[in-house]
Write a protein that binds this ligand. Structure first.
Ligand code: SAM
Length: 254
């Protein structure tokens, strides 16, 4: 992954649209914490998923491969006066934790750049207790192929670390193939003010200009699926779909 891109984004993740959203509320609902849980958050970014869980559980460990993200998360937790958290630098594909050690593992809007998604999912299954739950949140591809191709193109143009643009069935299929049973799932729509979205991921002025142009010339199917709003020749916003899944580790065979 390109660490520089995430380092530039850390401050924007702390204060921008990641702070809230229906997908965060549904993720906490699906986790249904009782107050005693040991929680691991993967791809913690500036810590908003972990922060939503922390007051409701015994402890949270935030992990992210980028130091600047963990620093931003420390600041967000300090500001909120929440202290039951630890911060550990780690990628999803190599979690430095013993097997069967967490009641809940969360990951919100962080799986799309995972270099090896299947390995990361196996790592989650390994560290979860048999009674534990995996709470997953990420963007889902639109229903039609043309809009999916468009979304994948603009996401990767904006952010070269973006890898996975998957439908609901593809995300769920990957989880099932790596040892999970899906217990609950939901989708919510999320509107993105365009320029802050572009700025948060934007590599450089030239690639940002290309993304703007691609949005202005979006095929009609993508314009409808992503509710692209253009006013006075400028893109104002678009809306995508977030998938929230609660999954349980399958019992080992044999
Ligand atoms: C959009 S941010 C996450 C937002 C955060 N979960 C929240 O709820 O506010 C995506 C994060 O994924 C992290 N990331 C990228 N590749 C990763 C990997 N292979 N393993 C774990 N985290 C990764 C990035 O460093 C970044 O902090």
């Amino acid at each position: 992954m390109t660490a520089g891109r995430w380092e530039r984004a850390a401050e924007q993740y702390a204060t921008g649209e990641h702070k809230s959203g229906d997908e965060l509320r549904v993720a906490v609902e699906f986790a249904a914490p009782k107050g005693t849980e040991r929680v691991l958050d993967i791809g913690a970014g500036a810590g908003h998923m972990a922060l939503a869980m922390a007051p409701r559980v015994a402890s949270v460990i935030l992990t992210d491969p980028v130091d600047a993200m963990l620093d931003a998360a420390r600041g967000v937790f300090r500001q909120a006066g929440i202290a039951n958290a630890d911060y550990i630098k780690a990628a999803a594909e190599a979690l430095p934790f013993e097997a069967v050690s967490f009641d809940l593992v969360t990951t919100r809007l962080a799986a799309h750049p995972f270099g090896d998604l299947d390995l990361a999912l196996r790592e989650v299954a390994r560290v979860l207790k048999p009674s534990g739950r995996f709470i997953f949140v990420d963007t889902v591809a639109p229903d039609d192929d043309e809009s999916t191709r468009f979304l994948h193109e603009v996401e990767t143009l904006r952010d070269p670390t973006h890898r996975h643009t998957l439908t609901r069935d593809e995300w769920v299929g990957r989880m099932q193939s790596q040892g999970f049973t899906v217990a609950q799932s939901a989708v919510v729509r999320k509107a993105h003010p365009f320029e802050p979205w572009l700025e948060r991921g934007g590599e450089d002025a030239a690639s940002m200009a290309s993304v703007r142009n691609r949005f202005l010339a979006a095929p009609p199917a993508a314009r409808a699926a992503l509710e692209i709003v253009v006013r006075d020749g400028a893109v104002v916003s678009f809306t995508d779909t977030k998938l929230i899944v609660a999954a349980r580790p399958q019992a080992p065979k044999g």
